[in-house]
Design a protein around this ligand. Sequence first.
Ligand code: ADP
Length: 480
Amino acid sequence: MLQQVPDGLFIAGQWRGASSGATFDVHDPATGHLLRTVASATPQDGVAALDAAVGAAADWAATAPRVRSEILRSAFDLLRRRREDFALLITLEMGKPLAEARAEVDYGGEFLRWFAEEAVRIAGRYGSTPEGRGRMLVTHHPVGPCYLITPWNFPLAMATRKIAPALAAGCTVVVKPAELTPLTTLLLATLLQQAGVPAGVVNIIPTAAAAVVSAPILADPRLRKLSFTGSTPVGQALLRQAADTVLRTSMELGGNAPFLVFEDADIDQAVTGAMAAKFRNSGEACTAANRFLVHRSVARDFTERIAERVAALQVGRGTLPGVSIGPLIDARAVTKVDSLVRNAIARHATVLVGGRPRPGPGSFYEPTVLTQVPDDSDVLAQEIFGPVVAVTVFDDEDEAVRLANATESGLAAYVWTKDLARVQRMIDRLETGMLGVNVGVLSNAAAPFGGIKRSGLGREGGPEGIAEYLTTKYTMTPEP
Ligand code: ADP
């Protein structure tokens, strides 16, 4: 399987090594074993990839929307046929259990299908000006060459969520996958080529030197758009660079999702939802429930039930049957999660389950439940990105909302209640880009994914997702 994965840079439809000959290693986080050594792009290679994207831009923008659509649709069909290959590769390089990797292939594929459908629906408007002296025509055009930077937690879906709307809109792209998980994107390149994506329309530059390779691309006035998914500090640094060329940006940054369980919730369902919201991807998702805020009257019941479920989770290599929690992405991630847990314990939080790294090879952390977590704990302030449930208690709705909003993040929130009026109040009052009501998983290719506050700018998915790659032009003509 790994032999099918290219190990080069994909520029102008060709596979090549780095101009310096540099390479870097990709490891399996479950074992620490080397999976593959791939070319590491230099700044010159990055600019060569942008040259290719710029060179292909005019033809691709002029390609009929129906043709762009059918290429994306064909990529969707090919991906569906190669579901097992992609799932295995995701599990190998990222660690998630195979069942979740298959779900990622399905989810990632949906962006190809959805934007294949959107490519032929790019519309404008036409009308008279209010005072009746002219006609106005509003049209949408591809923004131009785009730079797409993706994270390691969903190696396929984060790539298709950016590439598909860009291509549907008529844009060409340079993709820089995360250095921890470049293999899935490289395999995706072969599939896109097979689907008929012309040379130069998609270029892929894995690199171990993200910052130095990205800088000249971002500074180049031919680049017209940056779409980034990753941590808030890196997003902020990129926004500063984008200021120099007034670059269009879409930013999907960190989250700190509250998971609110009200006194009238169905606790059984809330526990099941909590398991999905917390433990999908071992908690390595920006939409992962980060703070469990539970009404005092149901806190004990909720916590006991979730502790029982967490204690039964099987941790191990994602390729093994029955495993539902894979490794974290690397040793650094384990250290970070553990320091958050240690900080909470030092503040007198109680550990009900887990609370430690798992010894042995691979970067595993025990699924953990903490209760009585004090408000000033780091585990509530920071994005955990690991399998840790942190429970705190509230007494009324106002307090719940105040705690939920007490963060600079505003990506996702989850609410469990049977009270419709309360749901409507939560829609108004929670500072979030996405809200799950009595559901534990929100993401959908047809819906606008994104956050407010420091969680980012722009939306991915849905009709909003293609708009990020289009500019708006207004034309005035005289009234005939
Ligand atoms: P994480 O901390 O979860 O690894 P990052 O924000 O560091 O998230 O990484 C997300 C993506 O951003 C990766 O593809 C990474 O290579 C890239 N990246 C990190 N730092 C920079 C930078 N200074 N310039 C451009 N890309 C970067």
